[in-house]
Design a binder for this molecule. Structure first.
Ligand SMILES: [Zn+2]
Ligand SMILES: [Zn+2]
Length: 359
């Protein structure tokens, strides 16, 4: 993603190189760089608050709101991410090289951006309306930079074959439902849960059309792509509910104790518009692993094999051997494994009808 500040016209006239960097410092940390960025945004707001408001039109007010939004989101992200990486102190003190590089570049872009506002306040006249868009782009870049920084800290405490932080957040939600599950769950509760699962996914990344026929999910934490090939729209419910004995004794969609896992959703192929079974999106998203460096496709691990492996094993039982290196390179490989290993025939169809979400 490129920053719109590169197009900022004030920089071209005043500082053709755009070189407003303060340079790398040995004392830089994620915390110090985030603080520097927050200060720059606060400076921007201060500059606007001291300017002559009698001349203001809608563009000036919109610029204030854009800066306020950027600051609010940065603060919110910081507060939400800290507890996921063992607290604020650890997050602030982090010095992962890639995170520092990314945040330094971003600080410099904010620096240039705020300089534009300072020049405008000195010269007067109407504000450049394109700067609002620049602020929005920088806000998005800052959001992603914080997510990625948190993911790097999270990954450093895990095996390289473990879930991405984004996957972990969806997986944790599914686990909560599994443990809260009580007998006699009604139809509406399933529908609500599927929606909440998709909502959890939308908080860690986004669905988008990929090429003419495919649908991608892109994780904000690892930038990994999951690709569903030849799919018209992403289905929003599972094909069948979890347990054949439902509603007497339903199990969770992903039952850590085994049960009757239902990973399928019914979609339509984009090319032929025929019904087809696909991996229910949250099922894949909750189990993705960040791509290898330089790669773009997220990998996947099987949660059902993982749960099986967590059970006490019989010494002589060679039927089930969990191999943590048994990682799937993409959705088709993951689906093939699920079809061969974890497909049950006794299913209770979920209600059909309007079961697709618009992306
Ligand atoms: Zn991810
Ligand atoms: Zn498996």
């Amino acid at each position: 993603m490129s920053s719109g500040t590169d197009r900022g016209r004030c920089r071209d006239s005043r500082n053709p190189t755009g070189n407003t960097t303060t340079g790398p410092s040995a004392s830089d940390s994620v915390g110090s760089l985030l603080a520097a960025i927050a200060n720059l945004i606060a400076n921007g707001l201060r500059i606007l608050s001291f300017s002559d408001k009698r001349q203001w039109g809608p563009d000036e007010h919109e610029q204030v709101h854009a800066l306020e939004d950027a600051l609010d989101e940065a603060r919110k992200d910081f507060q939400e991410l800290s507890p996921l990486v063992n607290g604020q102190l650890q997050y602030e003190a982090d010095r992962t090289h890639a995170s520092l590089e990314e945040l330094r570049a971003l600080r410099d872009k904010f620096h240039t951006h705020i300089d534009c506002l300072r020049d405008w306040s000195r010269s007067g006249g109407p504000i450049d309306p394109t700067w609002v868009r620049d602020t929005h782009i920088l806000q998005r870049d800052l959001h992603l930079a914080q997510y990625r920084a948190a993911r790097r800290i999270f990954a450093s405490g895990q095996e390289s074959t473990s879930r991405c932080l984004g996957a972990f957040l969806v997986h944790r939600k599914q686990r909560d439902w599994a443990t809260r599950q009580v007998a006699g769950v009604e139809e509406g509760a399933y529908q609500k849960r599927y929606l909440e699962e998709l909502r959890a996914c939308n908080r860690v990344g986004s669905f988008q059309r990929f090429g003419d026929e495919d649908i991608a999910f892109v994780c904000d934490f690892c930038d990994g792509h999951l690709i569903w090939e030849d799919l018209d729209r992403m289905p929003s419910v599972r094909t069948a509910h979890e347990d054949a004995t439902w509603p007497a004794a339903p199990a969770a969609p992903v039952s850590p104790t085994g049960g009757n896992p239902q990973w399928q959703a019914t979609g339509f192929s984009h090319s032929k518009h025929e019904e087809k079974q696909v991996v229910f999106a949250p099922e894949a998203i909750a189990n993705h692993i960040a791509p290898h460096p330089g790669d773009w496709q997220a990998r996947l691990l099987c949660p059902i094999c993982e749960a099986e492996a967590a059970k006490p094993q019989d010494q002589d039982d060679e039927e089930y051997v969990w191999r943590p290196d048994n990682i799937f390179d993409d959705i088709p490989a993951f689906q093939e494994h699920l079809e061969w290993q974890h497909t049950t025939t006794t299913t209770i169809p979920a209600p059909t009808g309007n079961n697709c979400i618009l992306m």
